[in-house]
Each structure stands twice: as structure tokens, then as C-alpha cells.
Design a protein around this ligand. Sequence first.
Ligand code: CTP
Length: 403
Amino acid sequence: MIQGKNILIGITGGIAAYKIPLLVRLLRKAGANVQVILTPAAKDFVTPLTLATLSGQPVHTGFFDAENGRWNSHVELGLWADLLLIAPATANTLAKMVYGIADNYLLTVCLSARCQVMAAPAMDLDMYRHPATRQNIEALKQRGIQIIAAGTGELASGLCGEGRMEEPEAIFDVIRQHFATRQRFAGKKVLVSAGPTHEAIDPVRFIGNYSSGRMGIALAESFARQGAEVDLVLGPTHLSTHHPAIRTHAVSSAQQMLDQCLFHFEQADITVMTAAVADFRPQTSASQKIKKTDAGLQLRLEPTVDILKTLGERKEDHQILIGFALETENGEANALKKLKSKNLDFVVLNMATEPGAGFGHNTNKISIIPKDGQIYHFPLKSKDEVAADILDHIARIIPAQGQ
Ligand code: CTP
């Protein structure tokens, strides 16, 4: 898969830079064309000569090649790359990437690259868990940049914790996986719903739930990275995504979510309904703010439409329809009921009672329950990794449906 691919590696100024020559070697052995950019700070950690020797290409260190009197075209290099990997990615470089700062050659190439960008952060544990770094990493993820999360272990500072760059072999595997799966969903139209719905009580109050939409956004981004065109119907949340292959349709109520889902469903090859749709809404919504009274307030609620069930009734044989089941008890039995009653290809079960699973976490623990009765259990993983597992499962059932 890596044979003949153009891989551009940007090395920034961190001690983990010493591991990159090994990665270059692995990529070259697998048949990739590798070029390397060193930031000024990176040159203190690893020499251009080592990298030029291993990559078989001159190393880029700045805008000007004084020796040959040439200007290095960042645009050309950005377009050459099938993949741009920044490793190690320091906190400083991650922050600059968020703001589009282009004060060195690597950052300028980052702005010109049209290919997938990956970053492997490496820094001390306090820097890694600092809210500024966490937010920057989140912002880059939302932009479609794949973050190869740092591992835990001994750090150069002598401290022990999270912030260690992934080993070259693990990064190599991520790259291999990227090229193996990147066009898996090319030409497919995907509909994903995500987030909560808000059911208005009056102009300033609503009934809602704690869903952040993170799981659905992670799925939409994984599909987009693997070549699909995605319509994301997104309930009210502070999260967003800016991947160019994702069209976001912001909605508020269950009714609006239903309308948008129905509008896009017919065209969709694959639909994944992760949204936490309110099951009930106030029968009437007051047009003015309801005033407080000593008598209290009784709200009459009526059921909303089950969107997934409605889609299940309209589903054609060539379409794949997947639902989520959030349960607090009798998980498998309840999920199986939803699988059948909503006419799904499989249901993703997550137990709200499991630590780290369900709403508001960056992690999730799921089981996939397909029609054949076999149940696949997965350990607690980041929502990006959970999305990858779900996509793997979908990729497996596409051919089974004769596509
Ligand atoms: N769902 C939907 N429309 C609704 C309610 C749920 O499309 N009005 C979808 C969810 O997006 C999810 C699946 O149905 O994919 C299951 O949702 P869940 O809340 O677990 O179950 P419900 O069907 O609402 O049943 P219950 O609340 O009784 O568990």
C-alpha cells in the first residue's frame, strides 16, 4: 500500500526527533518516496545529513537554498505529498498550526498541502495535558488532521507520564493503515446524525440531554477521511467539524432532525444514527417566557417521531442502516429489540453505566450487534478509535450486500 507513495515528514524541535531516521528507513524499505523538512529547532536534535542519506533526497530546511541560489517552493512540495506527517510535533508547532502561522518552511508547506496531514505530538506530560495543548489538538482534529496520540512512559525530562511520541513502528503502522483504508468509502454517500435535540418549552427553555455529538462527529470525520461524501445532521452542541467532505446541517429539535434526515436518506448508501433524539417534547411550546407561580408547572409531553424507525421502514436493500443503543440495563436484549424493530443492519450498544462510556467522554466502550446474532465486544477506546472499529465493520458488510 505504501509502495510509490510520496510521504513528506516535517520534523520539529523535540528530542523524539532522534527516532525519525528509523521511520524514514521503514518507509523507504516499504517502497515510499520520502522527503524531509527540518524546522530550525529540529536541526539541534537530528542532522540533515542523516536524513538526506536515509531518504535519498536533499533535506529541506528553509525557504532559500543559498548554495544553489534557489527559492524552495512550498506550494510544489505541498502538492507533491500524498501524506504530510509532522513528527515529533511540539506544542509550539501544534499551536501555530491552529492559527495558520507560517513563520518557517514546514508551517508554510502545511498551509499548502492538499493531502492528509498527520501529527504525532511529543512533549513533557504537563505541556501535553495543558488545556491550551488539549484545545489545539481538538481544533486540529476538527479540521481533519489525524493526531497520532502520544503514549505514556518515561520522558526525556525524567518524569513519567503521557507525552511520549509513538514509536516509529507504530507510526509506520498508522501510515500503512491510512493508505490501506483511505479510499474504502470513495463514491459512497453517508448520512450521520449526531448530538442532542432541544425541545422547546418556551422561547428560553428546552428539554435536552447531555449528548455532545462527539461520537457522531468522529464517525463523520472517519468516513470523510476514507473517501466518503458525508451529510452530518447535527443537533445543538459546542463541537463542530470542518472537513471539506462533510456538509453539516445544524438542527435543534427532533422534528428538524427528522426533516433533514428524510431529505438526505434516499441518496445515502450508509446511514448512522448516533443522535440522542428526545423521545418526548412539550405538547405545546409557549410563545412567551413562562412566568413563575407558586402553583408550580405541569408540562404535558407527547412522543417525538422515532427517526431511525422511520428510516428503517423506507430502507432499500442496497442501503446500510446503523443505530446506536444507549442502555443502563439489559443492554444486549434491549439492543437486539432495537435492531429488529428499527430494521437495522447492526446496532452499536453502549452502556451508560460503564466508566468512560456514553455521553460527555472522549472515550467509549461499545459492542456491535449485527443481524446474525454474533456479538462483538470492544474495550474502552477513544471515540476516534471506536469510529474506526465501526467503519471496519461497515466495510465488511458492504460486499455482503452485493455492492
Ligand atoms: N432514535 C431516533 N429517534 C428517536 C429516538 C431514537 O432516531 N426519536 C435513534 C437513536 O439515534 C439511536 C436509536 O434510535 O440510534 C436508539 O436510541 P435510544 O435512545 O437508545 O432508544 P429509543 O429507541 O429511544 O428507546 P428507549 O429510549 O426506550 O431505550
